[in-house]
Design a protein around this ligand. Sequence first.
Ligand SMILES: [Zn+2]
Length: 138
Amino acid sequence: MNTYKPIVHRKPVPVEDPAIVTNRLADARLHRCRCINCRLGNAEQRLYFIRDVDVAIVKIGVTHIGVIAGKRRTVDDRRRQLELLGCRQLLVMKHVRGSRAMEIGLHEQLDEFRIKGEWFRLTTYVANYIENFDGRIV
Ligand SMILES: [Zn+2]
């Protein structure tokens, strides 16, 4: 018995890459911080990459910038704070609009390079990853 069914040619529906769609949705949702400073529009979260000047290690973290408790705060203030904590000279490589959720996503993505906590080995791969990072986790 012939079970052959003719192929019906239909115009293919353009499908967007699910990863891109997910990322776009995530972008909008993940940036949202419910703290009072962000809600008032006085502050925003920044995802930062701060490296050690002498050793090839990098910290990937999140901090608030803007006006917090009446004081203007920048990513460089976070760098200075970390310098004092670790007694090491540090350098801000990059910072983008970010969130805790993005930070966790990045930590997972670069987990094989993790030293401890938020510190990662700054290999060529990690350096390139950071250079190309546009705020989206693919
Ligand atoms: Zn906030």
